[in-house]
Structure formats: C-alpha cells, structure tokens
Design a protein around this ligand. Structure first.
Ligand code: SAH
Ligand code: SF4
Ligand code: F3S
Length: 473
C-alpha cells in the first residue's frame, strides 16, 4: 500500500522535500522563519505555504503572554491530525517546535505531547539540517543550549530565490536579545543577552536585498536602539551610524527600526531623524505605563517625564514624526490612579496607534511573584478604556490625511484589477489605481478617503508620474 504512494519517504529519500514554517509572535520570528527555510534549502527542502503537503512542519513560537503559549499547544493539536493522516499514507511528517516557547519550555514540550519530534531553541537554528537528519532516523531531540555560538555568523546567507520572495519591504535583524530585564518580560530569558551584528554584515545583506528589488528595510531587534555593532575599523557603531551607512545603499529608499527602548533614544539617533530623509518619520517607542510608580515596579528605568521629554526632543528635530507604543494594564499593584496616569500620557502624546495588553504573569519573571495581582475583570475593564482612547487617536490620525498628498511606496497588486497597495511613511496601507510597473516606486498620492484599516488615494498626476525609484533599476 505504502509503496503505491508517490513521494513515499524513508531512508535515502529521493523526492524533493517540503518545509512549512509557521510564525507566531514578533517580527524577529518572521525573520528567523525565513532563515530556517534558507538553512534547510541545501538539504533539499523547499518552502511551502500549505502545512498539508509538508514533510517538515516548524512552529516558530512566542512566549510573551500566556495566550501566545496556549495558541502553540492548540496548533500542535492540529499538527497531530496532519501527521496521523500522512502516516496513514505511509508518509513521514516531522514536527519541530522552535522559538521562544521552545527556548523556555524545552523538554517539557515533548513531555506534554508525543507529536513533537524536535524542540529547537532560538539560538540553534543553524544546527537544523544535522538535527533533521537524525530525526528521520527516528530520534526525538531537544536542543535549547544557550547561548552556544554567534548564531548570526553561522546561519546560511539567504539565497537569491529566498530574497526575491521578500518583495519590496524586508526585515533585517541587527540586534538580538535584551539586557533590560523588565520585571514582566520573558524576552531576556528566551533570547538571551544583547548581541549586535557587525555593520559590514548588515550592509552586505541590505545590498543583496536591494539588488533583488527590496526598497524598504526595517532593522529589527528586541532592543534595536541599544545596537552597538562592530564597524570595519573595529570600533563599535551605534544604530544612528548604521542608519547613516545604510541610507547610502543604492535602491534603499526607506529605513525603519523597531523595537526601541526609551532609555536608548540617544542624541545621535534623534539627530539622525533630522538628517536622513530615508529614515521614516514613524517611531515605535513602547512606554508600558504612564505612572512612575508602575514604571519603577516594572524596572523600566525611565520615568514618565523622561519619556515625554524624549518625544519632545524627537518632535523638535522632525515635527512630522508619528509615534506608536505598547502598553500593559493591570500590572501588579496598578491602582485606578496609576491607570489614569497612563490615560493622561496617551492624551499628551497623541499616538498614531498603539498595542495594549492585559498583564499576563509569566513563570520565572519577578512580577509573577509580586503580591497585589490585579483581578482579571479589572484589568479587562482598564484595557477597554485604554483601547477606546487609542482607537480614537488612531482614527483621527488617519482621517487627518484625507485631502493631503502623501508619498506612497507601492508594494504589490491590490484585490481589484489595476489596483496597487502601498504604504505611507507612517505604515498606513493605501489602495490606489496604478499599473503593476509602478511596484517598487515611491509616488505622491492624494488621499481621498479612509476605510477601516486602509486609506484610499489617487496618483496625483497619473500620466507623468515619475517613478522616483523603480524596482530592478
Ligand atoms: N522590546 C520591546 C517589546 C517586547 S515584547 C520593549 O522593550 O518594549 C512586546 C510587548 O509585549 C511589550 O512592549 C509589552 O507591552 C508586551 N508584554 C511583554 N510582556 C508582557 C506580559 N507579561 N504581559 C502582557 N504584555 C506583555
Ligand atoms: Fe522585554 Fe523590557 Fe527587554 Fe523590552 S526592554 S524585551 S519589555 S525586558
Ligand atoms: Fe514572542 Fe519571543 Fe518575539 S516571546 S515577542 S517571539 S522575542
């Protein structure tokens, strides 16, 4: 029976194999997922978007809140069905759990479920090909040693094909890990100490991306503005220096970076916002709370005043910067007064958008042990009030564009024929009628209206609109 199945696998398999990588959590996981696929390509694995046709399924997981972890376990349940269905046809499907849950829970994952063949921590992806070979021989493996060597140096460079799939806008990891130890957060434990990639390596990757048609690069790191990578002269360079360097790469017209910590918003980085036209006027700067008491208990190491001053300093060099942020409500000990301080901070800054979460206790973090945990109902009620305010600000921000002309980077075809979808400098999605040749161009668009999650616009002078930069130029 099994012999009749085309693609029957086993030792010494000959058909090309497929890997499906599903990402949860932050942009770094998205980036790592691409790198995992790249690392497996020399072993004969091509990427598929269909879990059902994969021989290897990698769940790249997030541990930031309890809900994120629940999602992983329910996804593992779904994978069991695929694995069983394939086994019934004589086809072996391997399931790997990677990322921050893998790093935090290790062996526990295999103890909790027998479907998982491999648990691989966030620092060990370069060893995937060797591990997969052992799995095919029937082993079950856990590799969460941490940290072993510089993952940046040992991971495969993305192939041209892999880069080509990334389109117009791409993430590039420049820094990983965090030394801040906010009392609520798992990241310092799941991603380890801060490490920065050398400037030359980042520049080489960005040049390759630009050569493959990428026009916008977002530099990512858990604490990206703490970046301190080695330069060609051996001296450590700051994020501002890195941005200045990358702004000169031909073809790269937009630069962004995320996520920043308020303490690392240096004078130099603020100055770069005034100097570099390619550096987009959109800054994501998580504050978490507007109450100094709560900020201290969170070990954020900045005050409300410091945060507001930082925003003012940025606005002083470039008045059109729009800010977004992250908030946690219901942190242990947060009172109604503390929460009101958060609301007034939001009022003062006037954000273009923000993520907000109810505090979720994470095992092993100091805040999980704190007394005065806020009841879930209270936390949920505060979250609703905060979100209502943030949504009002976000809508007003979007509405303020109607009637204005804004530069849009055209990224891909829209849903309607003849339509393209692009992004404003503020990451708003814009739908505009334009031909596919304009993908990769930055063009002035007059905004005619807003939808729920999108702006509608028209090219200002469709006939003569010059392509400021054209993909492949
Ligand atoms: N490095 C970034 C973001 C880290 S995680 C920073 O310094 O802010 C992204 C967001 O998840 C955080 O900004 C925080 O708002 C939220 N978060 C982290 N741990 C959390 C927890 N235990 N409960 C609820 N939200 C949390
Ligand atoms: Fe977590 Fe704080 Fe580090 Fe951000 S700065 S990753 S919230 S510990
Ligand atoms: Fe989640 Fe890990 Fe990113 S915990 S937010 S995937 S660093």
């Amino acid at each position: 029976m099994a012999g009749l199945v085309p693609g029957m696998t086993g030792q010494g398999m000959s058909r090309p194999r497929k890997v499906h990588v599903k990402s949860f959590g932050c942009q770094m996981n998205v980036y790592d997922s691409h790198r995992m696929a790249d690392t497996l390509a020399p072993s004969g694995y091509s990427e598929t978007a269909q879990a059902g046709e994969a021989d290897l399924i990698i769940l790249n997981t997030c541990n930031i809140r309890e809900k994120a972890v629940d999602k992983v376990y329910s996804e593992i349940g779904r994978m069991r069905e695929l694995k069983d269905a394939a086994a019934a046809q004589g086809r072996q499907v391997l399931i790997a759990v990677a990322g921050c849950v893998a790093q935090a829970e290790g062996k526990e994952i295999i103890r909790r479920t027998d479907v998982v063949d491999l648990v691989v921590g966030s620092q060990n992806y370069h060893r995937l090909p060797a591990m997969i070979a052992r799995l095919q021989a029937g082993a079950q493996l856990v590799d969460t040693e941490f940290p072993i060597e510089d993952k940046f140096d040992v991971l495969a460079a993305p192939s041209r094909g892999a880069i080509a799939k990334r389109g117009i806008s791409s993430f590039v990891t420049v820094q990983e890990g965090c030394d801040k130890f906010c009392t609520f957060c798992v990241v310092p434990y799941t991603r380890g100490a801060e490490v920065s990639r050398p400037i030359e390596k980042i520049a080489a990757e960005v040049e390759r991306l630009a050569g493959a048609g990428v026009r916008e690069v977002t530099l990512i790191g858990q604490n990206v503005n703490a970046y301190h990578g080695a330069g060609a002269d051996g001296h450590l360079g700051s994020l501002a220096q890195l941005l200045r360097h990358l702004a000169q790469v031909p073809g790269i017209v937009r630069l962004r970076y995320t996520t920043s910590h308020p303490l690392d918003m240096s004078d130099d980085l603020i100055a770069a916002h005034g100097e570099l036209p390619a550096l987009m006027p959109s800054v994501h700067l998580p504050v978490q709370s507007g109450s100094d008491r709560v900020l201290a208990a969170m070990n954020r190491r900045h005050t409300r005043k410091h945060y507001l001053d930082t925003i003012a300093r940025l606005r002083a060099v470039r008045s059109d910067i729009a800010f977004s942020s992250d908030f946690i409500v219901g942190f242990p000990g947060e009172t109604e007064d503390d929460f009101r301080d958060t609301l007034t901070l939001v009022d003062e800054v006037d954000f273009a958008g923000a993520y907000s979460f109810s505090y979720s206790p994470r095992p092993g973090t100091p805040a999980a042990e704190m007394e005065a945990q806020v009841p879930a109902a209270e936390s949920a009620e505060r979250l609703q009030r905060l979100q209502a305010l943030i949504i009002r600000q976000w809508r007003a921000f979007n509405a303020s564009f109607v009637g204005r002309t804004v530069e849009v980077l055209l990224e891909k075809p829209g849903r309607l024929p003849g339509q393209l979808v692009g992004k404003t400098p503020y990451l708003q999605t814009v739908q505009v009628m334009a031909g596919p040749k304009l993908i990769g161009s930055v063009l002035p668009v007059s905004v005619t209206g807003t939808g729920t999650n999108t702006l509608f616009g028209e090219l200002t002078e469709p006939a003569q609109a010059p392509a400021l930069v054209t993909a492949g130029a």
